[in-house]
Design a protein around this ligand. Sequence first.
Ligand SMILES: *Cc1c(COP(=O)(O)O)cnc(C)c1O
Length: 442
Amino acid sequence: MKLFGKSLTLPFTKPSISKRDQKYIWHPLTQHKLNPELLAIKSAKGAILKDESGKTYIDAIASWYTSMYGHCHPEIVKKVKAQMDTLDQVVFSGFTHEPAVELSEKLMEILPKNQSKLFFNDNGSTATEIGIKMALQYHHNQGNDRKVMLALEDGFHGDTFGAMSVSSLSVYNGAFEDHFIKVIRLPKPDGQNNAEVTKQLKSILKENTIAGFIYEPLVQGAAAMKTYDLKGLEEILKLCKAQDVICVADEVMTGFGKTGKHFASDYLSQKPDVMCLSKALSAGMVGMGITSCTKKVYKAFYADDLAKGLFHGHTYTGNPLACSAAIAGIELLQSQEIQESIKTIMSLNQLFADKMRKHPMVGEVRQIGVILALDLNLEMERYGNARDEMFQFFMSKGIFLRPLGKTIYILPPYIITEAQLAKIYAVIEDYLSIIEERALKV
Ligand SMILES: *Cc1c(COP(=O)(O)O)cnc(C)c1O
């Protein structure tokens, strides 16, 4: 504290942010009895997070796949700051504004050509929730008795009720399962089982009750970056579309370059009817979601009858600051610099993946775009809580990774330097050496 140019020492020092946090805050996905103290991050720049003691960490998962252009990117900061001085917020029902219009034009440049309308919302769960509503109401509006959603096993689509319902049943959903919407689950095609999956799907479709099919195209994020068969997915989409089942691609994780193309759906010839976007959409700056759809879907809602509209809206929908962050993000994604970085990360990941495939402690290795996942070859029981041990080890070495079960995955921001990437690989190898040594001792 400064008074008249002189430093004044306070009689007591304020407790750390981590300590103050414990008094009032209830964190997401956290059992506080098991995690009493959480690390406080004070600042971030590029691929680096800095905690309150000054220690730095490489953000190897781009803060859950949001900050893909790096933290506090000057172009994004500049655009959002300028927007703050012009228009901060206005009701998006009955009004519109330039940042939303400009974003819609920008997004249409990169979305698959069949997408034609954008429904703005707030986050990944609302984006999928609305996708599910679009599928159900599309049929309702036309008087079809189709009330069931089809979803892939092991999928994750968010934490609200509709999104939870179509996600794979997990131990965390016990209190809510009685209230879920109706869902039928289909195994993931893996190349070997494609004929079996197709057969199962045909018999499901015979009942004519399926309104929509929701899927994470090519890679399931929360299931530990599980990849599955492209041809098998094409076949599922083809059969669904032939029966007017609304195909909802959840690209909340895969969107905006992570798979090496702007969207994972760009790898497929069967395009979705609906797409769910969030996470990197607003470049890690302000939360936002968008659900896009085709003309066909939109037309089922466009009517003289008010009740046929989609009566869903969140208060902050279309927030101008979030829109301007998203515009800046898309401009960066389209830049040659970012496209080249994506290619560089992909080829470096490829080299590391090849090396890891030969490592005795590594089982399956999955790589698509900038996403790299390594399943460790260990029986979790013998190692106790390996996931927490890994997390602590990486953090102590200055790398922020969040292993899922026995899977270590990286999804680095596109602006990561080759040296930073090399450090991530080296620390992963260090960890593998430790567990290899331990395995040899047993
Ligand atoms: C993160 C995620 C969601 C949920 O997004 P939130 O913003 O956390 O609600 C939905 N689908 C997928 C594929 C995701 O990765």
